[in-house]
Design a binder for this molecule. Sequence first.
Ligand code: SF4
Length: 381
Amino acid sequence: MLTGTTRSADRMRFILVSGLMQRTNNSSSCPYLCIVKPNLRHLSIEELKNFFSGAGEKPFRAKQVYEWLWQKSARSFDEMTNLSKSTRQLLEENFSLNPVAVEKSQVSSDRTIKNAFRLFDGPIIEGVLIPTATRMTACVSSQVGCSLSCKFCATGKLDRIRNLHFDEIYDQVAILKAQAEQNYGIPLSNIVYMGMGEPLLNYSNVIKSIEHITSPEGLGMSPQRITVSTAGIAKMIRKLGDDKVKFNLALSLHAANDKKRSHIMPINESNELDALAEALNHFYEQTGTRVTFEYIVFKDFNDSLIDASELADFAKRVPAKINLIEYNSIGDSEFQNTTSARIDQFVGFLENRGLIVNVRRSRGKDIDAACGQLANKSVAV
Ligand code: SF4
């Protein structure tokens, strides 16, 4: 139950953050109707200015705080050292930051680092830093679990719990960026939204996170270094085109025939290849960006020359590059990795048809950090 002192403190908070107050009675830590402090990172710069004006502080404090949040990636009020102690206390009394915390990090023999990140309300998600000779890539999650149940994917076996907030996606990038600099002395060069979850089913948070990652008032990274990967939601691909986004788009294709694709990716039943081709062409017309097709090569499922021919036909319908990806076992006997000889044959066929093809070897296999393997195996959720 709220005490008299707490009640008056909360009243004060209400005056200071008028319009931003949130009430909840479903917090696991509070059995009663509780006052939850708003997340400071969900305020715009204008809202921050209004807060400081209302509290009798100089409005330029808003810019200082905004810089701490989005340029310097502060995840505690104590880090904001150019603010007075009383200003930091004012913020602490009125707001939360709900930062993502590193629960566990594992380093692979190939230097890939897989992180289990704990969210403020308890769930665990995963994010991976992938160093290669030419790139330092952060792979981030967009949802807790996933609702799409792709058969070859470990995340698809988990229920979708909730969408990530944009600041939680941003935090993964900021933490992986710091790990790249601290562990390898190399700045982050690329970001892929290919971790847990379907990014286009968490559209507004994904877009907002990219705004903070690319903005000069944020991390200032180039959108051309960012790739969002989708299992194929035609309506949302069209929306990306309408919004004229500047980042790259990858489609997890994995089969260029509706029957096979629906077998491994149930989302294909409501988003068939014709609808995807139409949406991808719209995306290309609006953005001028060539899409990437991700194609995991499964032994005796999609690795024949007939499969390659279907893929080539589909790739001729949409301006695209093709990434062929090694399959990583998730302990499911239905799928196995194909042989190098089959991949070479497959690549040769596509190249003869004039297509741009890359073969992506998987990284971090020994710590279950490779593509399709993220499933919180190392930490209980
Ligand atoms: S591949 Fe992506 S969309 Fe499919 S289940 Fe896994 S996380 Fe979800």
